[in-house]
Design a binder for this molecule. Structure first.
Ligand SMILES: Nc1ncnc2c1ncn2[C@@H]1O[C@H](COP(=O)(O)OP(=O)(O)OP(=O)(O)O)[C@@H](O)[C@H]1O
Ligand SMILES: [Mg+2]
Length: 511
């Protein structure tokens, strides 16, 4: 059992945690919830030895402990899977799993074969088909995460901390993770689980602890609470429920002004002759319209956005017309010049510059516009960054703070801010509220509505259907790379969308 007693931690002027006390019971699945920046990750870093300096006490099975480094925590049976994964991308899966504990032959020579064998055994147990020798950097995020879990398993950890483990997983990977968690629990492993997804927390947790502004609010038995109560405890006020946008009150121009048009867009499947990732996609996006793209994982949502943005080396066939002019973007810089911006799905790989500060991360795409003859206009830059930071309620010690000092959800908001600063006409948002807390989600929806009213057109995907139904004017459904549904939002239901999303590529009802 772990007792967290009066734990506090400051980062300069920011008080990330203050006087937090609660217990974690052996074998339970304990969820920690709270808004972006509430202190969840900081507390988990203290438990797992990443942060060694803090006020208060950590008591493990009756003994006060203080870890200076993850190795010490691991030796005491506590492992962590970080929000932003923490692997050596150049090394193989097995080398990552046994990093610092590599099996050796006599004379200290690395026993590669034994290491690979043991790694394969664990990966197999996790229902993973990745090779122990695969370079971690070449793996999908979901598989990278399994490598981290495999590491925890190889350590025979008694307590496993998962910090937003599902934020980058596909639906089938999430299901696999659930099964892995079941297995671990059957072995008596205690799980500490952080997530912004209520349905996950209510599926997995026995108890839920809520933090707000670095303070302990309450620990509740799952059976005695509800998502509504938890959300309320998290933000300390009622969250304004958004109603569906009604097109009538929206700002859609009449007659319709077409901002973007896609004609017969197809994306061949590299190396698979005659097969397509996307096939014959046709649609129009009006000025001021928010178009939602629904579909299961792998249906082609991200690929479609990448085609429109010239990203990911995609070479689509067909036509993309922006304000009536046909365009073909070779890369994102091209697309941005023409007024298209994109918030990408994978913030660690594509989004953030970890060595830069908040201001630099926000302005990096708009530098051309903000500079005169190559000299960045600092006062103007600052003003616009501050404006963005305020309108998105980014929680940061200041715009000069290092981007990595922000909580995960606040980093995501900075990427959105960066896109907005380029003043796009068409904004592509690939799962923009992932890792963002309930309160901030509501703010993001309001922002999207404001932008639409100002004439910006948006295409948005989301891993949560209710979210799409809330923000969109119209919803297109993709299934296996084909458009299988097209619904005005007032005619769309979750049921209809799911039917189109699972139609096996057959074009169903369009409303
Ligand atoms: N290394 C650091 N330097 C400065 N400030 C930090 C550092 N790490 C965290 N903070 C600050 O401490 C506060 C708590 O951050 P933390 O990452 O624990 O939040 P969180 O609850 O995990 O949020 P999210 O849901 O967005 O992941 C935030 O205000 C954050 O900016
Ligand atoms: Mg966090």
């Amino acid at each position: 059992m772990i007792s967290i007693r009066n734990i506090g931690r400051r980062f300069g002027a920011v008080e990330a945690l203050r006087d937090v006390s609660f217990d974690i019971l052996p074998g339970e699945c304990h969820a920690i919830m709270g808004e972006n920046g509430a202190g969840k990750s900081t507390l988990m870093k203290i438990l797992s030895g990443v942060i060694g300096e803090f006020d208060g006490q950590l008591v493990l099975n009756g003994k006060p402990v203080r870890f200076s480094g993850t190795r010490e925590a691991e030796a005491a049976g506590i492992s962590i899977i970080h929000q932003e994964l923490n692997l050596v991308e150049q090394l193989s899966a097995s080398a990552n799993i046994f990093l610092g504990r590599e099996p050796t032959l006599i004379a200290g020579i690395l026993n590669q074969r034994e290491m690979d064998r043991r790694a394969s055994e664990i990966l197999c147990e996790l229902e993973s088909s990745i090779s122990a020798q695969a370079t971690v950097g070449s793996l999908r995020i979901g598989d990278q995460q399994l490598v981290e879990i495999a590491r925890a398993l190889s350590l025979r950890s008694e307590i496993l901390i998962m910090d937003e483990p599902t934020s980058a997983l596909t639906e089938s990977e999430v299901e696999r993770l659930y099964r892995v968690i079941e297995k671990l629990r059957a072995r008596g492993v205690t799980i500490l689980y952080i997530s912004h997804k209520m349905n996950e927390v209510f599926h997995l947790a026995d108890r839920i602890t809520v933090l707000r502004d670095g303070r302990f609010v309450r620990t509740l038995q799952k059976s005695e609470t509800s998502p509504k109560q938890i959300a309320h405890l998290m933000v300390g006020r009622e969250i304004q429920e958004r109603n569906r946008r009604s097109v009538a009150s929206g700002a859609l121009a009449q007659p319709a002004e077409i901002a973007l048009e896609v004609r017969n867009l197809s994306l061949p499947w590299a190396g698979q002759a005659g097969r397509y990732r996307l096939k014959d996609i046709n649609f129009q996006l009006q000025r001021g319209e928010i178009l939602g793209i629904a579909g299961l994982m792998g249906a082609g949502r991200t690929e479609l956005l990448e085609c429109l943005f010239g990203a990911g080396g995609r070479k689509p066939q067909g036509q993309i017309r922006l304000n009536g002019v046909e365009c073909r973007f070779r890369n994102p810089a091209d697309a941005m010049k023409s007024g298209i911006a994109m918030v990408t799905e994978d913030r660690k790989r594509l989004g953030l510059f970890r060595q830069l500060n908040v201001r630099e991360n926000i302005t990096v795409s708009a530098l051309r516009e903000l500079s005169v003859a190559g000299v960045v206009m600092s006062a103007r830059e600052k003003r616009r960054v501050i404006q963005q930071v305020e309108s998105l309620s980014v929680r940061t010690a200041g715009i000069e703070a290092g981007i990595t000092t922000l909580s995960g959800g606040n980093q995501q908001k900075c990427i959105v801010a960066r896109c907005l600063l380029t003043n796009p006409k068409v904004l592509l948002l690939d799962d923009p509220t992932r890792g963002v807390d309930v309160g901030a989600k509501a703010e993001m929806y309001q922002l999207m509505e404001r932008l639409a009213e100002g004439g910006m057109s948006m295409i948005v995907t989301s891993s949560e259907l209710p979210e799409l139904l809330t923000v969109s004017d119209r919803i297109l459904v993709l299934c296996e790379g084909r458009l299988t549904g097209d619904f005005a939002v007032h005619e769309a239901t979750e049921q209809k969308i799911m039917e189109a999303a699972t139609s096996g590529g057959r074009v169903l009802a369009t409303a």
